[in-house]
Design a protein around this ligand. Structure first.
Ligand SMILES: [Zn+2]
Length: 292
């Protein structure tokens, strides 16, 4: 199986300055380590801040002034944290907590709680156009919901991190979510190990050839015309060919020729169905796609 690493962009080079800053931080922390016993015990209560490159997945209001933030940290995995004062008009987070913002984030773990405390957040890359447009933000919302759904907490997920970033960048660059979302959903299924054979019926094994295969969210595979169940939707041969393009190319290198609206939406729908099947729940933002 082809690894997503082959198709995703190389590590962002925007991290150079931070490496220097990190070194300084490490030196400061080390100097504390050699301090006397009294300041050591003081530091143990207030654990040192961790730093990670992160993508903001979602935020919720918390109390009158705070926000609960779900984010995927490149070095921490998915975490939830509290951004104190983030709901106040003047706050130190600015636009860094917008959906799918690419940020550098500092947080403190608290021994007794699941939630981390977010200390500081700096914007690395803004997707302002996509975030402020209703239609585009619907695409971002579904990408965010899928990520929340499939990513376990506190597990580093480098391929998903790169996939998410690529999808958000492409929604912003193209000014449309159709292709990026279909690509994102397809690769989520693939990275999850959920992609069934697309060329034959999962029930009777007949080759699909020129004919469509059928799917819904109660089944993990494609069925043929004879085995299909009521309520199943088609994935045409063109949709399956598009899957091959997705599997072999980086999203930012795909330019679709001609009108591929239908196969694109078919492929997106089949991927969403399988994500729902394997996570055993409906995706709430899926239905909003129809209205954009
Ligand atoms: Zn069959």
């Amino acid at each position: 199986m082809t690894k997503i690493f082959d198709y995703l962009p190389p590590e962002s080079c925007a991290t150079g300055k931070r490496v220097v800053r990190n070194l300084i931080r490490v030196c400061v922390l080390l100097s504390f380590d050699f301090a006397d016993g009294e300041s050591q015990s003081a530091r143990r209560q207030d654990m040192p801040a961790r730093e990670t490159e992160a993508i903001i997945l979602k935020t919720f209001p918390l109390g009158e002034a705070d926000r609960l933030v779900s984010f995927l940290g490149r070095s921490s995995g998915r975490l939830r944290g509290v951004a104190s004062g983030a709901r106040r008009l003047k706050n130190r987070y600015g636009s860094t907590l917008e959906i799918l913002s690419h940020v550098q984030l500092w947080y403190v773990e608290r021994e007794t709680r699941d939630l981390v405390r977010i200390q500081q957040c700096e914007l690395l890359e803004s997707f302002h156009r996509a975030q402020s447009d209703y239609g585009l933000s619907t695409g971002l919302a579904l990408i965010s919901e899928i990520s929340e759904r499939v990513l376990p907490e506190q597990e580093v997920a480098e391929p998903m991190f790169r996939l998410l970033l690529l999808a958000a960048r492409e929604v912003e660059r193209r000014g449309s979510w159709q292709l990026p979302l279909a690509y994102f959903a397809f690769w989520t299924v693939r990275l999850g190990g959920w992609l069934p054979p697309l060329d034959r019926c999962a029930e009777c094994g007949t080759g699909l050839g020129e004919h469509p295969g059928f799917h819904f969210s109660q089944s993990p595979g494609l069925l043929c015309e004879n085995c299909r169940k009521p309520g199943m939707r088609p994935l045409s041969k063109r949709g399956r060919e598009l899957a091959e393009v997705f599997a072999g190319k980086k999203l930012d290198q795909i330019e679709l020729a001609g009108d591929l609206t239908k196969p694109l939406s078919e492929l997106r729908e089949v991927a969403l169905s399988w994500i729902e099947f394997h996570t055993e729940r409906r995706l709430q933002t899926r239905e909003f796609l129809e209205t954009t």
